[in-house]
Design a protein around this ligand. Structure first.
Ligand code: AMP
Length: 390
């Protein structure tokens, strides 16, 4: 009924985007970003997204010929992750393929130093920070920022990867932290004494209309998202300021698509932007069950040039990630025990190799209140470890 959508990136986010495109009757193709698996027996032979589309285009993002073949098959491209080179945008422009969101936004979000610069330039609140080109810069910034501080690689950091906490400004501690993230370009920032973490997933259409799902509360374990809860049960003023902030960022970024704004919320209610993700986000997975239009629907609608849907939270929901750690040695989690909990949905991403820390799927529970949804989803996830799995 509309344009053929191309998705760059073939993980679980692409998978859920593709499923949503199918629901809308839109044709959808995926570009994996990696060469085809030499061994078809490995799970990279069929990516999480490739498994739900008719054909997947394999190839590295810097393989112009492969990218061109993909672009020739689609009308508009969107992204499931931001680490796609700007060159892809140039090729798309050459071939008359619309790019939503624009690669300029991706470029800003794929490097922490550029992301901080964009946010600061527009006056959006970020943690006190400094850009580190070499170790001397680090010592200089620490004199101003104090300790503890957090050192983060500038490029390709996610889920706390490429991060080191610096407890003291002693030269040995500073050198050890820099070595721990592999040296190189980084940013160092003050530790934010947040009361909790939250996100706003905002969408914007080609005509500039915006929508969001309110403030979603996020809890992390080992720097990886563990659970998300909505609607926000705290101070309504915090939520309205957070939503206004996310909208302002979407407008400043000239977004067409979805943007997740990760926030630290201080005890005082002050908001600090931690990170931007110009795409659907793990914290927004609960919108599939909680909203008339999920974050995936919004990104596909925006990419296709269609009107956005109603993103408001219709029913309280909580999401719990399922990591590879949930797999017992040589066995399977007890899926039936989790599914026995009323109100629980299971989403598995089709990954066959359950490595520790790897996001394999998630559970969402709906409930009468956010707390009861959280209780249900936590109990359902705990039940994955019940004996009796087959
Ligand atoms: P990031 O990869 O930047 O999203 O960081 C992952 C997690 O590390 C965040 O969700 C926080 O829990 C924690 N973190 C990152 N930066 C800071 C900071 N400046 N102060 C306190 N905690 C942080």
């Amino acid at each position: 009924m509309g344009p053929t959508i191309g998705i760059f990136g073939a993980g679980q986010l692409g998978r859920m985007l593709a499923i949503e495109a199918h629901r809308l009757g839109l044709a959808v193709e995926v570009f994996t970003g990696s060469p085809a698996a030499a061994d078809p027996a490995t799970d990279s032979a069929r990516t999480p997204t490739g498994a739900v589309v008719a054909r997947e285009f394999s190839g590295a993002f810097d393989d112009d010929a492969a990218v061109r073949r993909f672009l020739a098959a689609v009308d508009v491209v969107t992204f499931e992750f931001e680490n796609v080179p700007s060159r892809v945008g140039e090729l798309a422009a050459e071939m008359g393929v619309a790019v939503r969101p624009a690669t300029t936004l991706l470029h800003a979000a794929q490097n922490r130093a550029r992301e901080r610069a964009f946010l600061e330039q527009h006056g959006f609140p970020v943690a006190a920070n400094g850009v580190v080109e070499k170790e001397e810069d680090l010592a200089r910034h620490l004199a101003r920022l104090g300790t503890p501080a957090i050192l983060k690689t500038a490029d390709f950091g996610y889920d706390g990867k490429g991060q080191a906490r610096i407890e003291s400004a002693e030269p040995e501690a500073v050198a050890a932290a820099h070595a721990a993230i592999g040296g190189g370009r980084a940013i160092v920032e003050a530790v934010v004494p947040f009361a909790f973490e939250a996100s706003v997933v905002v969408s914007r259409s080609i005509d500039g209309a915006t929508s969001n799902h309110g403030l979603i509360e996020n809890r992390h374990v080992n720097h990886i998202l563990d659970v998300s809860i909505a609607p926000f049960a705290g101070d309504a003023d915090i939520e309205s300021r957070a939503v206004a902030l996310a909208n302002d960022i979407a407008v400043a970024a000239d977004l067409v698509g979805v943007l997740a704004v990760e926030l630290f919320v201080l005890e005082t209610g002050e908001l600090i932007v931690n990170e931007l993700a110009p795409r659907v986000h793990n914290s927004g997975h609960l919108t599939i069950e909680a909203c008339a239009a999920s974050q995936f629907s919004q990104q596909i609608r925006a990419a296709a040039g269609l009107p956005l849907g109603d993103g408001s939270i219709r029913q309280p929901a909580a999401m719990a990630n399922i990591l590879g750690d949930a797999w017992p040695d040589g066995g399977e989690p007890n899926w039936a025990a989790a599914l026995n909990h009323p109100g629980v949905s299971l989403h598995l991403y089709g990954k066959t190799e359950p490595r520790p820390g790897r996001k394999m799927g998630h559970l969402t529970a709906i409930g009468a209140t956010p707390e009861s949804a959280l209780e249900t989803v936590t109990a359902a996830r705990a039940a994955l470890g019940d004996p009796g799995s087959g």
